[in-house]
Design a protein around this ligand. Sequence first.
Ligand code: PLP
Length: 426
Amino acid sequence: MKTFEMLESDVRVYCRHFPAVFEKAAGSTLFDENGKTYTDFFSGAGSLNYGHNNPRMKERLIEAIQNDFVTHSLDMATTAKRRFLERFNSIILEPRNFKYKIQFCGPTGANAVEAALKLARKATGRQTVVFFTHSYHGLSLGSLAVTASRSKRKSAAVPLHFTMPMAFDGDLGPDVDTLDYLEMFLTKTSSGMEIPAAIIVETIQAEGGVRSARYSWLQRLESLCKKHGIVFIADDIQVGCGRTGTFFSFEEAGLNPDIVCLSKSISGYGLPMAILLLKPELDVWEPGEHSGTFRGNNLAFVTASEALSYWETDEFSKSIGQKAHRAAELLNEIIQAFPETQASLRGRGLIQGLVFEKDGLGDQVSREAFDRGLIIETSGPNGEVLKILPPLTITEAELESGIRTISESIESVLSQSEKYAKASPA
Ligand SMILES: *Cc1c(COP(=O)(O)O)cnc(C)c1O
């Protein structure tokens, strides 16, 4: 790790949590340079839903490179981009009765959020965007202005204007519908609130600690937006592309957002790519008004088109559901086996969060798991939630063995802290 400590900026973060030098990867497994293997329960924060170096996508990619296809094209028309547009439309949009236009923005999630906010403001002529407690939408200035973490906001060092936080579902306890509060502000002419341009929401707040909004809450939010002419933006960057078992995380809730942000797993191969889905009437851009150099990553279009094959039948979706069911079953067994941790489970599909009430336990378990060859990250404001985010293509055996490692790690952390408690009586 010396090279990285000497030469790479202190801003690096994941290499501190997972201190190995990785060399190879396949499916749900990573190999470090010493040949040690790790099961990946992090999947590049949800960028590797189809696993590392997915063989089908790799084949298409090698073929395209061998044939000297166009790698970089600004936003010029290419055969690779046309194939992606046509397949995305016929495999994803049409069967769901969605009529969206597709915008290629810069290749990161934050780029997609920036574009969405800018477009919503332009289309409505309004300024404010409402976001929710515990939200995470990226760290560029515009996306940071709708991200909830106080410490992350502070690092902007300039005011993050024209946004307004509201309470996410459940954040005022199970008996309060936080939308009562938002609706009062929107409805009363002397509430002091200007009608916002947009409301941006994650159906499941992955970084915020695996918090899911109820479907009824999301439906009410959408109808409030409709009623007041507010652009309803779904940030499906982390929990879209199949994470919850359906391609979009909001399908079961029956939503039809005005704008959808997708990135992370949209390329299918871990290549940088982000898109915006927007209702045709919102497509008020002038040509070139929101441009950029890297909006035509044709490598990503090739793998993204291939990734869509997983969605041509409902086999894949069903298999995600089955694995999710098995994962929840095993994680609930862990909760029962370690009552002293006061843990609980939340999540949907193959994003599950083990919530530890005991401070620091999540991070300790993550560290212990890494030593045992499992890569698993924590989330939530205090790192109190162990986030289970395996590739959707993981085998059931790998899933079970990874969860066994979590159990062993908890046991080890607890026995260490017991020893410590005995060695230093209060
Ligand atoms: C990761 C993420 C982003 C930001 O994406 P970057 O590619 O890191 O800029 C935005 N929203 C959500 C929900 C994310 O998970």
